[in-house]
Write a protein of this length. Sequence first.
Length: 259
Amino acid sequence: MTDEKCRVLEHVDVGGGYRRLVLNAPNIVSNVEAGQFVHVRVPGLDESSLRRPFSVFNAQDDRLFLLYKEVGRGTRVLGLVKEGDEVMVLGPLGHGFPLECKGAALLVGGGYGVAPLYLLARSLLARNVGPVKLFAGGRSQADLLAIDAFRELGVEVFLATNDGSVGEKGLVTLPLDAEIAKLKGASQDFEIFACGPDPMLKAVAERALSANAKGWISMDRHMICGVGACYACIQKTVRGNSRCCIEGPVFAAGDLVWE
Ligand SMILES: Cc1cc2nc3c(=O)[nH]c(=O)nc-3n(C[C@H](O)[C@H](O)[C@H](O)COP(=O)(O)OP(=O)(O)OC[C@H]3O[C@@H](n4cnc5c(N)ncnc54)[C@H](O)[C@@H]3O)c2cc1C
Ligand code: FES
């Protein structure tokens, strides 16, 4: 883990309140695994203010790609960062996704929850694991991010939106359930990997457990230190309280205790 001074190579609006931030981060890029995150010090916020955690969307050729949504003060101020600026980034942090997937890999993302799934798809495909299928859901089309990038990797994509603006109308579990039924009918192995809002993650974890398949769930918790010291990011598990920034953010579906 390093606290790396990273030059901003690109910072663009990708619509729907989301932005892509590309940083020159050779140290982090050379060590990162799919599902890990970085803790970004937002330039312009006062020194005492906290860093903000973001999943690593991609890491390639010294470049670290983040995909984030503006939700509050930190992400609003981060939006002011310009190409050429320098940003301190701590990482890579946490435990990512295991890559020993047996059978099909079903990746399920809600909104910016697709962020850790792109590097995961690349990593699985590089190990000849698959097929890799993405199930992306959101309120409307603007919440479905980087879909073409997944397709370019050779990932089969299934979409669902609450308003029906693209894909199936309804929750992302609709196409996921259909695929699970198909795979089970054909006695094919699969594992599920998910990141997104808690209700979606709970629904996905339940499906993995009832299908007797492995499920890997990336939890999104408020973080303060990002390195295990403050206990702000507690997730209840069957083994007691776990720190999302150290034992997570990825947990086995069967380990999670939902409140
Ligand atoms: C491991 C991890 C990976 C993440 N990856 C990404 C990513 O790739 N892209 C992305 O856009 N965001 C990601 N997040 C969430 C991101 O860190 C928060 O949206 C950000 O910190 C909000 O900062 P803020 O100052 O703008 O908002 P704040 O002013 O702190 O909060 C604004 C609103 O967002 C809510 N909020 C803040 N943080 C969280 C959180 N962690 N979970 C749920 N609600 C929150 C608050 O309750 C409030 O309603 C990730 C979080 C974690 C823990
Ligand atoms: S954020 Fe401090 S222990 Fe996890």
